[in-house]
Design a protein around this ligand. Structure first.
Ligand SMILES: [Zn+2]
Length: 152
């Protein structure tokens, strides 16, 4: 059991692996307090049962007045946020990973952007140097879909 600093206030939890029918948010997160920060960087997969329990759990927290901040969203979770209206259940997202695919060696890599940075570049993701072969890596998703929820 951690000893939360009342001045800092927020409880921080990292969600990892697959979000599916076995995911029990209540057990994973426990007591939330008034404000909750969720690190989504290690979520690898989300299926339809996972989406249902996510919505049910975080909608409940939102209704109970818990302040939700989602951070470092991995591509599998960004895809859900992009598709499902109000997937963040009234919470905010401050940063997310952007997927790249190398045109030379075909390897995937991910780069973390803050939402602020993405807005500043108007969601125009430039190619990067592949970290494996130094070849050209390009944004590897549908830009209209991937960033749409941030543009509203
Ligand atoms: Zn490469």
């Amino acid at each position: 059991m951690s000893n939360p600093n009342p001045a800092a206030g927020s409880k921080q939890v990292a969600l990892t692996g697959s979000i599916d029918e076995r995911t029990n948010f209540q057990t994973l997160i426990g007591e939330t307090g008034k404000s909750l920060v969720l690190d989504l960087s290690a979520i690898t997969r989300v299926n339809s049962s996972g989406i249902r329990s996510w919505k049910q759990y975080f909608d409940g927290l939102n209704k109970a007045g818990v302040d939700l901040l989602f951070t470092k969203a991995s591509p599998p979770i960004v895809e859900q946020i992009a598709i499902f209206k109000n997937f963040l259940c009234g919470g905010r997202l401050d940063s997310m990973f952007v997927p790249f695919l190398c045109t030379k060696c075909d390897k995937n890599s991910e780069v973390l952007f803050t939402v602020e940075q993405l807005k500043q570049i108007n969601f125009q993701i430039k190619e990067i140097k592949c970290k494996f072969c130094a070849g050209k890596a390009e944004f590897d998703d549908d830009p209209d879909l991937y960033f749409n929820f941030l543009k509203g």
